[in-house]
Design a binder for this molecule. Structure first.
Ligand code: APR
Length: 336
């Protein structure tokens, strides 16, 4: 159990994280920061006064705290509109920023299109971490995932293994779920890895997908697997299109907690995570989804898979997409 987990962003994912951390008793204290709702300077003064007194994070924390006697868990759950909430945290999970949301015509933006707005939010996030818990381990979930982790790396000074992103666990779980459903077997039997950036060019690795240790190709034909892999690449968008109000929030929270538990209990669990690469997979200086051993020091070791030629080419394409977004980050950071 940790002393304190700091959560940045108290929206849909932040809410699930708070309740699950309490339920699983992963820390003695949870600090949740979210400035929402923010007063609109164009509103009449009376309205602004009302908004100033409201707080998503304080409200959610009070709601959860009042349920603690029911679940019989002693956890201090504290919300705040400012970053003092995360003071002294050992581990930060960051979800601050806007999610993808379906437009009235049913279309929705790509994760990359969130960059302009979420980059500004991320700069605030980095300032908060640097001020209140500079030595904390950081798991980031906000999108565009790889570019936001890259931005945090530019603005923070933890060691490289202390900062990583959550995407691969979720993408791999989606792949596993679709395989389990098609093969009509337990989700517990399926193992799979999705590599690369957290975008539509992500790489579900068929050669590493197994059902109870047996290659998936024994159970499903190539056509079915190709359809599952295409669905996996766009699985986040499928949920956005269905929900209408935002993006997936339970499965991302559970995925981040799988990573957090690997750290907290020093599991040395192999998980696909967005890690800084320094030569692995031929990539330098970018954060990209790869399998890694995750333990008390964060990323203990990146694992290099033996990929087929086709998978290698798909990874090169996915990494090129990550690089393009990170180049945009570099340009934008110069003017911020
Ligand atoms: N500091 C802290 N929190 C902030 C800040 C900030 N500077 N700016 C915005 N937020 C808060 C918002 O007020 C909002 O409550 O971040 C929260 C995000 O919550 P949601 O809008 O509900 O989004 P959620 O579904 O939780 O997704 C969060 O994770 O998966 C990604 O694409 C998703 O980038 C999005 C993030």
């Amino acid at each position: 159990m940790l002393k304190k987990i700091g959560l940045i962003g108290g929206g849909y994912i932040g809410g699930v994280l708070t309740q699950e951390i309490a339920q699983r008793r992963l820390a003695r204290e949870v600090g949740l920061v979210d400035p929402a709702p923010m007063p609109n300077p164009n509103d009449p003064p009376e309205r602004q006064e009302v908004i100033k007194k409201q707080s998503v994070s304080i409200g959610k924390c009070l709601d959860i705290a009042e349920g603690l006697p029911t679940i019989r868990k002693d956890v201090k759950v504290v919300g705040s509109k400012d970053y003092s909430a995360i003071e002294g945290a050992d581990l930060i999970i960051n979800t601050a920023g806007v999610p993808r949301k379906a437009r009235p015509d049913g279309t929705f933006p790509s994760r990359e299109e969130l960059l302009t707005i979420n980059l500004k939010v991320t700069i605030e996030v980095a300032k908060g971490i640097q001020k209140y818990c500079p030595n904390a381990m950081v798991i980031s979930i906000a999108n565009p995932l790889d570019a936001i982790v890259y931005t945090l790396d530019k603005r923070l000074t933890p060691k490289k293994n202390m900062l990583f992103g959550m995407a691969g666990v979720l993408d791999s779980n989606r792949y596993c779920y679709f395989v389990a459903e098609a093969a009509r077997v337990s989700v517990e039997n399926v193992n799979a890895v999705v590599l690369g950036g957290h975008g539509d060019d992500m790489v579900p690795v068929r050669s590493s997908c197994q059902i109870a240790g047996i290659p998936v190709t024994k159970f499903l034909d190539a056509d079915t697997l190709a359809k599952i892999e295409a669905r996996t690449r766009k699985a986040g968008g499928e949920v956005v299109g269905l929900l209408g109000f935002g993006s997936a929030f339970v499965s991302p929270a559970w995925s981040a907690l799988e990573m957090a538990e690997a750290v907290i209990f020093d599991k040395r669990k192999i998980l696909p995570v967005c890690a800084k690469l320094e030569g692995e997979y031929g990539v330098n200086g970018l954060f990209v989804g790869v399998p890694a051993i995750v333990g008390k020091n964060g990323i203990e070791k990146v694992i290099e898979l033996d990929l087929t030629e086709e998978e290698k080419a798909a990874l090169v394409k996915s990494v090129a997409g990550v690089k393009k977004t990170c180049d945009e980050v570099d340009t934008m950071l110069k003017s911020l």
